[in-house]
Design a protein. Structure first.
Length: 94
């Protein structure tokens, strides 16, 4: 929820229109607040941040919602975990 300078709530549509206008005036590609939310989650997961923490930041009821929604990001994470476990099993502590 966003508020104006007097603390009154701003309607979500008004905020979205303002946000889109600001993004367009900056010369960046079109981005909505919802798109920014997805970008944040994707970058956090790609950076190997804890999915439970990402889920909590997004306000999801449980981590499975986050992992289902961002499944396109998790294959790389799964490979990273497999590589780390394989190194530990082989006695390599890199």
């Amino acid at each position: 929820m966003f508020t104006d300078e007097l603390g009154n709530p701003i309607h979500p549509d008004r905020f979205t229109k303002l946000f889109v206008r600001l993004v367009e005036s900056s010369g960046m590609e079109r981005l909505t607040p919802h798109g920014l939310r997805h970008t944040h989650a994707t970058i956090a997961l790609q950076a190997n941040r804890n999915p439970t923490v990402v889920s909590e930041r997004l306000g999801h009821a449980n981590v499975s919602i986050t992992l289902d929604t961002y499944s396109h990001v998790t294959p790389g994470l799964e490979q990273d975990v497999a590589d780390v476990v394989a190194q530990l099993v082989d006695g390599d502590s890199r």
